[in-house]
Design a protein around this ligand. Structure first.
Ligand code: GDP
Ligand code: ADP
Ligand code: 5GP
Length: 204
């Protein structure tokens, strides 16, 4: 069976990665998103086990000690990490997996998994980014201010990513993400596994 591909999607907070990934997953077969562990408090609308696994710092540190994370990082004041086992299980089942992680996590994953594909999402402007964080209505003014300050630092890492797209019109950005997935699924190295029987028939 074909092994799945690992995708990293990074963006500053508020650029729209969670909304885009949610729709992308809903519209695409055999594509899943890895649910991260975090020590941050859950927002009103968030559900444990759906948006994140919300854990204590103690549990998080215990998971680090047991090498349970593929990558982990401190973002703002909180810890975030990707559980290794879940991701490996998905890939073995032939599912493509999206990691919605920050640039520090992206670096760790690229070192271990050089064949991963990484995508960076930009907002159309700084003013729009702030507006989106405010409209989302999930974070208080101090948190939004901190995230805006961190946004420039996060965005400065765009050259480390394979693909760069701007989330101005939502459907355009969604379409562009779908193109990236489709193009990678058509790579000869992957099609060689997918089309094994046909190729044997045609070429041998
Ligand atoms: P949002 O991006 O505004 O929805 O804010 P979040 O609090 O959900 O995420 C904060 C930051 O943590 C973002 O930069 C994410 O990319 C990053 N992040 C989320 N999950 C993970 C993870 O599992 N690992 C790493 N390294 N970063 C993560
Ligand atoms: P992130 O996960 O990157 O922090 P979200 O997906 O939570 O971002 O999006 C932040 C806010 O911006 C949400 O309220 C979302 O509905 C809104 N949003 C996302 N993409 C667009 C877009 N293209 N145009 C307008 N609003 C958007
Ligand atoms: P939020 O707290 O607003 O959901 O996410 C804040 C940031 O944390 C986002 O930029 C998100 O990409 C990042 N993040 C979420 N989960 C992980 C993770 O598992 N690992 C890493 N490295 N970053 C994460």
């Amino acid at each position: 069976m074909t092994t799945g591909k690992l995708y990293i999607i990074s963006a500053p907070s508020g650029a729209g990665k969670t909304s885009l990934v949610k729709q992308l997953i809903a519209d695409t077969d055999k594509l899943v998103v890895s649910i991260s562990h975090t020590t941050r408090a859950s927002r009103n609308a968030e559900q444990n086990g759906v948006d994140y696994f919300f854990v204590t710092v103690e549990v998080f540190q215990d998971m680090i000690a047991h090498q349970a994370f593929l990558e982990h990082a401190q973002v703002y004041d909180n810890f975030y990490g990707t559980a290794r086992q879940t991701v490996e299980d998905y890939l073995v089942q032939g599912l493509d997996v999206i990691l919605e992680i920050d640039w520090q996590g992206a670096r760790q994953v690229r070192q271990m998994w050089p064949e991963c594909v990484s995508i960076f999402i930009l907002p159309p402007s700084i003013a729009v980014l702030r507006q989106r964080l405010q409209n989302r209505g999930q974070d208080n003014v101090e948190i939004i201010d901190r995230r805006m300050q961190a946004a420039v630092a996060e965005m400065s890492h765009y050259p480390e990513f394979d693909y760069l797209l701007v989330n101005d019109d939502f459907n355009t950005a969604l379409q562009q993400l779908k193109c990236i997935i489709s193009a990678n699924r058509l790579l000869q190295t992957r099609q060689q596994q997918e089309l094994l029987a046909l190729l044997q028939d045609l070429v041998n």
